[in-house]
Design a protein around this ligand. Sequence first.
Ligand SMILES: O=C(O)CCC(=O)C(=O)O
Length: 341
Amino acid sequence: MSVTNRLKGILKQILQPAPKRVTEFDYQTIPWIDKKEANIQQFSQQFAPGDSVPYDMAEKLEFWKQNGYVIFEQAIPTDWIDMLWGEVERVIDQHEKYDMQVRIDLPEYTQTPVLAVKDVPQSVLNGPYIKYMDFHNASVVGKKIMLHKHIVTFLEAVFNDRVVAMQSLLFKYGSQQPTHQDFAYVVSEIPSHLAAAWIALEDVQPDSGPLFYYPGSHTIRKFDFGNGIFFNNESTNDPNDFANYLDEACQSKGLQRETLLIKKGDLLIWHAALAHGGNPITNEHQTRKSYVCHYSSQNAYKHHRSEANKEPERYSYNNADVFKNPLLPQEEDIFQGGESL
Ligand SMILES: O=C(O)CCC(=O)C(=O)O
């Protein structure tokens, strides 16, 4: 490259406006329920308690606005869960056949934390510090649990829009993850349009490293990673700084830390900004099988995160969507047992 062209390149970089540093969610686009003027009683009149809404929607939405989470007991049928877990065990047993990815948070995998299951020893896949990524893409029952009507009906009300599932994580053991808020890591086109469901695939035991969360923490001032509220390659603060900030901010606001000891089939849905994490595992043999799904709205998640310019292929259940994984078409719905449910 000539000196003139190189100088032109440098000048262009200098003169380009710096990307806007985001310090808070944009009030204009936050979900209606997060706005000061939200009228929950009026909004909820459209949901008459009955078969399709087996709870008092106004009560749940009021609780959500104040606490940033809701719990639904016995929401997911146990035979659905057993089918899903049977499929996970099949993948672990015959891992050499599968391309689906896992994230491994062990020191020896720091350089390559995300790998195909076929490239990971079975003993590692069967242990802690493993997250199965987007298992729902391989599994019909995984999709049906992800878009179960209990979850979808509630989130449709929260977003006042069609629900779109973004991704899933499946755990055999507790994550032991430091305190965080999901919006910093899972970013949709409107970052405040995000929520997650934590589905218990077995009764949670106190020594398994249960999930913890701070009710009411969804309204605390956002952490600055040095480049705004999202964590990425340009951030100068890291996830441990984030955790320290959140723990201190919650404590100074007098927010109590709760431990999630729910039963198989129960679920917790949390707000994009609820501070939460995984407690330490105190019995290394105790599993904590769980399925975490992240959601956005139709308005905020229009494309699969791996294929931003292409119209996604959709699967729809209960008036909500999840996209086909464009990177692993050969493994979409390989587990078909869920068709019969
Ligand atoms: O299940 C856990 O321990 C943590 C999961 C979590 O924090 C997440 O997926 O955002």
